[in-house]
Design a protein around this ligand. Structure first.
Ligand code: ADP
Ligand code: MG
Length: 157
């Protein structure tokens, strides 16, 4: 699915729409260079799940935990990861098992250790706006993509 996202508000809205499609346990990759809007989309997703607090970029902490009900959200930013093995050491498997939703910025840096994504969001600059491609990596991701397409208010013609 290809989307053209005009501004920060629309990016948060996309996060909100993704939140509405979550069942729990999803792995979501967020790709795109620095400033693409990965954390902005995550903020929208968290707002969609009822979280109204600050959404900090986990660039230095590697992960921010949001123990929301009914599903927890773990937001990773692997930009500063030196070695994918650090993920093993921090117990990545435990994070990704069960019903929590795991979001990964810079998933490329965790290649070989991260579980496969159910949903992949790739963001690129298009002047001051953004082009966004959402794709599925699993059966549940495909269902999400279908739901997103049905709810799609941004679709390019
Ligand atoms: P990343 O996490 O990918 O490094 P951020 O979400 O932290 O990026 O920052 C994106 C920046 O780009 C924010 O300052 C935001 O206001 C700005 N921005 C401009 N246009 C958009 C857009 N269409 N979508 C998302 N962010 C945008
Ligand atoms: Mg970020």
């Amino acid at each position: 699915m290809q989307l053209h996202i005009e501004n920060e508000v629309a990016m948060e809205q996309l996060g909100n729409m993704i939140a509405a499609c979550l069942k729990g346990g999803e792995i979501i990759y967020l790709k795109g260079e620095l400033g693409a809007g990965k954390t902005t989309l995550t903020r929208g997703l968290l707002r969609g799940l009822g979280y109204s607090g600050t959404v900090k970029s986990p660039t230095y902490t590697l992960v921010e935990n949001y123990e929301l009900s009914p599903v927890a959200v773990y937001h990773f930013d692997l930009y500063r990861l030196n070695d994918p093995e650090e993920l093993e050491d921090m117990g990545i498997r435990d994070y990704c098992q069960g019903q929590a939703v795991c979001l990964f910025e810079w998933p490329e840096r965790g290649t070989g250790v991260l579980p496969d994504a159910d949903l992949m969001v790739a963001i690129s600059h298009a002047d001051s706006a953004r082009d966004v491609t959402v794709s599925a990596g699993s059966a549940s991701g495909n269902i999400m993509l279908g739901n997103l397409a049905d709810a799609d208010v941004f679709a390019s013609p």
